[in-house]
Design a protein around this ligand. Sequence first.
Ligand code: SF4
Length: 221
Amino acid sequence: MQREGADGRDILRHAVEGVLWRRIAAVSSFGAESALLLAFVAEIDPSVPVIFLETGKHFPETLAYRAQLAEHLGLLDVRDVAPRQTALAAGDPTGELWYYDQDACCSLRKVVPLERALSPFDAWISGRKRFQTTTRAAMPFVERVGDQIKLNPLADWDARRIHDEMERRALPQHPLVARGYPSIGCAVCTRAVGEGEDARAGRWAGSRKIECGIHDAAPVL
Ligand code: SF4
């Protein structure tokens, strides 16, 4: 599905302009590197829906950054998507599911709400990069997952290039980055990393989990 010589940003532009797929949304964690993808989307069309999974477990800094970045970029349609109250009451009545079953918690608070939120769309945009994890190392720019297309326009960007481009654009930084959090998820499942540690070492530290599950479905190409 990937054209030789294809560039992720060209694909993003064609996608957002509706050349390739009519109904498209971006999904963002408003994390450490989220500003760059959102800046690219906003400069093409700031009215593209941006889905933010409001898990109820975020750092307060992430919620503040979500508001700051949306304002800075002029994003017009950021959608906070939360689990249904009935699902929380049934699946995690004490709010402690993350402590003893992280996969079930991610399913309840991320995977199921995202599936619901994305159901009206033909395609969605993710900010994942190949360098981040072994599971992303061969990730193409464009994937078909079930009935939907998933775009990874930053797939071939590395950490240095992202950092430099964010600086060049003077994009606001998530406040926790300066406090040792190069990768940021829910507060209860993220710790700061030490000198020389992998950037994602602070995510679900102490477990073998490396993905929340929203990207686990096998691509069909
Ligand atoms: S990252 Fe942690 S708190 Fe957030 S949904 Fe997954 S298990 Fe739950």
